[in-house]
Design a protein. Structure first.
Length: 231
């Protein structure tokens, strides 16, 4: 599941993309001039400089990245949904240039013919997201485990009238506690380092009802991003 910082960052980027499109005619000249000056100072080509900048941007703050507790990763779902127009609007080094972005050899976005340009390759962590669910039958169980790492969990607490759910734990950490009873839908943050174990504590000798648990889990893998820019 995407973090609040990631959601805010992507919302900002979406609005910024519109503004950048409107001022592209003005800013492209400045960006190109800066690139040429930097290339001349370091001896690297213009295309090399822009490809390196683009690769860095794509892996840290772009329409294909996902963030969790300060760590950035490529979101494969977002990467599958992106296109060259979106990336060029969000990444200055890709504007006014032919380019190609690949993940593990698969083309993510391409504009023009960048075959004569420079290519930069970087290793990166990537995540995929999926829905996971669990349920606790209060008359028979006290816990359930969600298979997959996540950072936020939704709880739907529905005890029968004779049952009071007083405490909900994730692992050994108390995330909800109310002596008078917990009911309804609650959203709680959970550590993203391991599969969360949801535990409930009830009052009464014969508890009944249920607690349904759902979340968006993410699986991580290592990928290689390849950026080719022909300016």
């Amino acid at each position: 599941m995407r973090s609040r910082r990631s959601t805010r960052a992507q919302t900002t980027l979406a609005g910024l993309a519109v503004a950048l499109v409107l001022v592209t005619a003005v800013t492209v000249g400045a960006v190109a001039a800066a690139d040429r000056a930097l290339a001349g100072a370091t001896g690297d080509s213009l295309e090399q400089q822009r490809a390196e900048r683009a690769a860095e941007a794509l892996l840290t703050d772009s329409p294909i990245t996902w963030s969790d507790n300060g760590s950035d990763a490529v979101d494969l779902t977002l990467a599958n949904d992106t296109n060259a127009t979106v990336l060029a609007a969000a990444v200055p080094s890709l504007r006014d240039a032919a380019f190609r972005v690949r993940l593990d050899g698969r083309s993510v976005a391409e504009r023009g013919d960048p075959s004569g340009g420079a290519t930069v390759s970087r290793g990166a962590v990537a995540v995929t997201r999926r829905s996971v669910r669990g349920s606790i039958n209060l008359s028979a169980e006290t816990n359930t485990t969600l298979t997959g790492r996540t950072n936020r969990t939704q709880l739907d607490v529905d005890p029968d009238p004779n049952t009071t759910v007083q405490t909900v734990r994730v692992g050994n950490r108390v995330v909800l506690h109310r002596p008078g009873g917990i009911e309804g839908r609650r959203i709680v943050g959970v550590p993203s380092r391991s599969d969360p174990v949801i535990r409930v504590e009830t009052a009464g000798s014969d508890p009944s009802g249920s607690v349904d648990v759902s979340a968006t889990a993410f699986d991580s893998t290592v990928v290689r991003i390849e950026v080719t820019v022909d300016a």
